[in-house]
Design a protein around this ligand. Structure first.
Ligand code: NAD
Length: 556
């Protein structure tokens, strides 16, 4: 009798409809794009198809494509005369309309079995891995200025991994259930948050936008996605894939918008249930303060997840392997023009190794090609994202040229006549507390402090206390005692910590990503716990043995 009832109760958990074998997933392989390969041909075709074209991108609420009067353009960073996309900003009224439509669609979506919702992301991953791969890559290359490999590790591999792994984690989570007791069963229902989630994404990773908007839907949430102006084309491609793969209307609203207008509208809605943000610290702090100001008006306490900036370090000990330091630092500091949140931007080198390391860095520096990643596949990195970014980095370079504590060792030039180009730049500082060692620059600028070899212990303390961020960091040392010591001192200095490896290149499910301190809430998108942020569980106790007495036996 009891068994039969328990089985009914368990059907609530949705075990029955999903073939468990389908939930085994692996990291998507990174394709090589060698001359003559099928993937290279496909990519070249997609790039040629986009050449000189301007894509029209509306706001999408439900199934309705809406054009407001506030029209904007996404420019190609390495050729700003090319308008990649024409889009419009949603105004406050449209954002409010989208909120109400989302909230109205929420209940039905939330009541679906998680397996059905997961199927949308599994399918989207397969479509991006297959027929849409070249398109999404080409849009990321042209729109965000990525080279082939940088687009591939982002818009293909990472996005596919986010969709597959998070879908798997959402389904697997149903197995995490409380204990049953004699005469009753207990079931944890993983509900979506009551209200809507706002996904606010940055320019630098197509994958992050897809994840911020897509993953909460797995848990039964409805999402308002505000993509970045400078990642519009690739973001819209991802949104369309989700819709084509079965995401119903009103589950993700696609809303390009002015940041503050969007922020004001979502934080003033009583239905705000969460913000899934990746971007800079000032923006996240601003949103958090707005939420705090409006706290009395919300129906729930909104969940705030924010992955923000970094000032990522490479610490080099005298026992380090010089070749891996040099090659790892070149890749970490300069790939994608230093516009990865994990990019190394401060390096600490012992005086005994600096002459060798400097010479080898300079040797590679002379070979780095900065240019058009579409016309020339041997380009190492391209232009920085936009004029604002260019102006900010230019200021840092001008300051370095005039400061007595700073010396430009390599690069230092810039040119925005055709695209927003900045040379890979290495700056040596005699002051380890100079702003260049603590503030995020988000460009191809590496600052180096050369320390007396014997002072490495003080340098570890210095690394820990110099910057407000704690995103990524790397320690290069062959001496095991130093590796152990550094791990203790730098325990809170990085959320993603590398030993004898560069500070970039995290892979979903292998190195779940994120940092604390000013770098964010460290929710580790890409890890199995991430989906938990987007659920508000309900526990159901069902009792099968009637209560027959109100008195306790000891009462006599
Ligand atoms: P940003 O803060 O300028 O913009 C991020 C998003 O916020 C954009 O969509 C923007 O339009 C929006 N926005 C701006 N003001 C807003 C407001 N008042 N209300 C609501 N939304 C608003 O950041 P960015 O330049 O796009 O991205 C670069 C930053 O992101 C860097 O600091 C980088 O380190 C960080 N980042 C961090 C991670 C991570 O995982 N920790 C990953 C990628 C990027």
């Amino acid at each position: 009798m009891l068994r039969g009832r328990a089985a009914v109760s368990r059907s609530l958990r949705g075990f029955k409809t999903f073939p468990r074998a389908a939930v085994e997933v692996k990291n998507e392989p990174i394709l090589g794009f060698a001359e003559g390969s099928a993937e290279r041909k496909e990519l070249l075709k997609a790039l040629a198809g986009l050449k000189g074209k301007t894509e029209e991108i509306p706001c999408v609420v439900g199934d309705e494509h809406v054009w407001t009067k506030d029209v904007r353009y996404q420019l190609s960073p390495f050729n700003h005369s090319h308008k990649v996309a024409k889009f419009c900003y949603a105004d406050k009224a449209l954002i409010n309309r989208a909120i109400l439509a989302s909230v109205a669609a929420r209940r039905e979506w939330d009541l679906k079995p998680v397996q059905d919702r997961a199927q949308v992301l599994f399918k989207a991953a397969d479509v991006i891995a297959g027929p849409k791969r070249a398109e999404v890559l080409a849009k990321t290359m042209i729109g965000q200025g990525k080279t082939v490999v940088q687009a591939e590790i982002d818009a293909a591999a990472e996005l596919i991994d986010f969709f597959r792994f998070n879908a798997k984690h959402a389904v697997d989570l149903q197995d995490q259930q409380p204990l049953d007791a004699e005469g009753s069963t207990n079931t944890m229902l993983y509900r979506g948050l009551e209200g809507f989630v706002a996904a606010v994404s940055p320019f630098n990773f197509t994958a992050i936008g897809g994840n911020l908007a897509g993953t909460p839907t797995l848990m039964g949430n409805v999402v308002l996605w505000k993509p970045s102006d400078t990642a519009m084309s690739a973001s819209y491609a991802v949104y369309k894939v989700l819709r084509e793969c079965g995401l119903p209307p009103n589950i993700v609203q696609f809303l390009p918008a002015d940041g503050p207008v969007f922020g004001d509208a979502i934080t003033s809605s009583e239905h705000l249930a969460g913000i899934n943000f990746t971007g800079s610290v000032p923006t996240f702090r601003h949103l958090w303060k707005q939420v705090a100001q409006n706290l009395d008006s919300y129906r729930n306490f909104p969940r705030l997840a924010g992955e923000c900036g970094g000032k990522n370090f490479h610490f080099v000990h005298a026992s380090a392997d010089v070749e891996s330091v040099v090659k790892g630092t070149i890749r970490s500091a300069f790939e994608y023009g230093g516009q990865k949140c994990s990019a190394c931007s401060r390096m600490y080198v012992p005086d005994s190794l600096w002459p060798q390391i400097r010479d080898q860095l300079l040797d590679i520096h002379r070979q780095l090609k900065v240019g058009d990643p579409v016309e020339d596949f041997s380009t190492f990195f391209s232009a920085v994202i936009d004029n604002k970014s260019f102006a900010r980095i230019k200021k840092w370079l001008d300051r370095a040229k005039s400061s007595s504590a700073l010396k430009v060792v390599a690069g230092g030039n810039y040119d925005d006549s055709k695209g927003y180009f900045v040379e890979p730049t290495i700056i040596q500082t005699t002051d380890p507390r100079d702003a260049i060692m603590s503030e995020e620059i988000f460009g191809p600028v590496l600052a180096v402090y050369v320390y007396p070899e014997k002072n490495y212990k003080e340098v570890l303390q210095l690394i820990d206390s110099t910057s407000p961020y704690a995103l990524t960091g790397a320690v290069f040392a062959q001496d095991k005692n130093v590796v152990d010591e550094a791990a203790k001192v730098l325990r809170n200095a990085a959320g993603n910590y590398y030993v004898n490896d560069k500070s970039t290149g995290s892979i979903v499910a292998q190195q779940p990503f994120g940092g604390a301190r000013a770098s964010g809430t460290n929710d580790k998108p890409g890890g199995q716990h991430y989906v938990l942020r987007w659920t508000s569980p309900q526990v159901v106790k069902q009792t099968y043995v009637p209560l027959t007495d109100w008195k306790y036996p000891y009462m006599g």
